[in-house]
Design a protein around this ligand. Structure first.
Ligand code: ADP
Ligand code: GLC
Length: 460
């Protein structure tokens, strides 16, 4: 099958959150399974391609001609980097001070029109767009090519003033929402299938509580809305071969894990003893619920549990985490930043991994953590429900602990419940072997996407 796949993020070229990893993982697996994917990404600048060809794409609209750099990227493989006015920036969405670029609407609506022009020129079997940044592509197409919209996060909708509606394409009116333009609701109306990144998220977003104000738009689409759980790249995330670890290990032989635990404890300034060690690897946003951990920090020493957080984002939350680390250095550590190497080490060295999300479309970190033997403590939201089975509900197949609410008391109870359970080393290792053996690869999810593409092509 020939698929045009458009995304605003892609690992390792343009990484902000899980969209980057999910897009890269799915496209890689689709290619392994024999499909031809034209991968379209904004040309934010600074990316080198081998065998580069430069062409000009006529984009019939205010956007003007777009420059397309096509070639092979060392990690990603074949890719088309598309430049429209203003797209080239140091960060896809944010200025250095953390605020959004003031022209993000123009940048991504322009990019989406260029994607549509590419689709028209190449006539693939299917066009697949992701989140609001590429959602208005469908406004500029006539619907004759089957389309799929993936929903990675409804919290970001890219809404804009109504005067943008006529600019996105002939089918722009579908994007009108409460007097303005909503890229997501328009694409939800026009896409042949809408795929949420986990089955549970596909249900939550059709409820008023989980629908971010657009649950009704999703409700209208009935069975066209489905959920497919993301995978992770099991080659990058493999403790048996990971060059970023102090020592490698596997479900069959956990021996090397202890050295990682020791190295991590030392780096976090903790004593190297048997006190359960929990980690967090995250963006610091409201979604991730990291503020819920703040009231827990002063009591960690009493349980005892140690907790280390790696995260970047919200400045006031960072300041609070730094302050807590200064007050409780023996049991809490905070490393501010986005640090890929350290993230691997935090999964490999921890006994537990904490993810107290208020909402979580899929979540990749809990899967990465499990692959490295860090037992997850999560809230019962989104993809966390699809990936973590509570050990108390099912002691034989349980994979972690699920807090019954996204509040400090429930998260604390869940964390301490797991800490108590794993003081017995044999018991802990049994759970670790189990979670490390789960197949989180993209093979199965990619097959599900292909089944959907095929359905659309044959019923067309
Ligand atoms: P989201 O996309 O909402 O941020 P996900 O769990 O889907 O959450 O994906 C986050 C991705 O980014 C994962 O691959 C994770 O390992 C990585 N990541 C998140 N925060 C950090 C960080 N502070 N340092 C390094 N990697 C991070
Ligand atoms: C979003 C969501 C996250 C999901 C990721 C990839 O960033 O916040 O839960 O895993 O997209 O689909």
């Amino acid at each position: 099958m020939r698929i045009v796949f458009a995304t605003a993020e892609l690992s390792p070229i343009a990484t902000v959150g899980g969209l980057a990893a999910a897009a890269a993982g799915l496209v890689r697996e689709l290619r392994i399974q024999g499909h031809q994917v034209d991968l379209l990404l904004p040309d934010y600048g600074g990316v080198e391609l081998v065998d580069e060809r430069i062409s000009t794409l006529e984009v019939p609209s205010w956007v003007g001609p777009a420059r397309v750099r096509s070639g092979r990227h060392a990690v990603v493989g074949d890719i088309h980097l598309i430049a429209v006015a203003g797209i080239e920036r140091s960060h896809p969405y944010l200025r250095p001070d953390g605020e959004g670029w003031p022209d993000n609407t123009e940048r991504f609506l322009g990019f989406s029109r260029a994607v549509a022009a590419f689709v028209e020129a190449n006539r693939p079997d299917v066009v697949h767009v992701n989140d609001w940044h590429t959602a208005t592509t469908l406004a500029a197409l006539d619907g004759s090519i089957p389309s799929v919209l993936s929903l990675h996060n409804l919290a970001y909708q890219g809404t804009a003033a109504a005067d943008w509606i006529p600019k996105i394409g002939p089918r722009g009116l579908h994007y009108e929402w409460w007097g303005g333009l909503n890229p997501l609701t328009g694409a939800i109306a026009l896409a042949d299938r809408i795929i949420a990144v986990s089955p549970n998220y596909s249900r939550e977003i059709r409820t008023p509580e989980g629908g971010f104000g657009i649950d009704e738009a999703l409700g209208f689409r009935g069975d066209a809305v489905v959920g497919i759980l993301n995978g992770i790249d099991t080659e990058i995330w493999d403790p048996a071969t990971d060059p970023l670890l102090v020592s490698t290990f596997s479900a069959l032989d956990l021996t090397g894990r202890e050295a990682n635990r020791r190295a991590l404890s030392e780096r976090m300034g903790f004593a190297s003893d048997h006190v359960p060690l929990a980690t967090v690897v995250t963006r610091l946003t409201e979604q991730k619920g990291i503020d819920l951990l703040l009231p827990i920090i002063p009591v960690l020493a009493e349980v005892p549990v140690r907790l280390a957080v790696l995260g970047s984002g919200d400045a006031s939350l960072s300041a609070q985490l730094h302050a807590a680390a200064r007050s409780h250095p023996e049991s809490f550590a905070f490393v501010e930043g986005y640090d890929e190497a350290l993230s691997h080490q935090m999964f490999a060295g921890a006994d537990m991994f904490v993810m107290p999300s208020r909402f979580e479309p899929c979540g990749l970190t809990q899967m990465q953590a499990m692959r490295y033997g860090a037992i997850p403590v999560v809230t019962a939201v989104g993809g966390l429900v699809d990936t973590v089975i509570d050990l108390d509900l099912d002691p034989r197949q349980g994979t972690g602990v699920v807090a019954n609410a996204a509040d400090p008391v429930a998260v604390m109870a869940a964390l301490f419940r797991l800490a108590r359970r794993i003081t017995d080393t044999r018991r802990r290792e049994r759970i670790q072997r189990r979670i490390m053996s789960i197949d989180w690869s993209w093979a199965e999810p990619a097959r599900k996407y292909v089944t959907i593409y095929r359905d659309l092509v044959t019923t067309d």
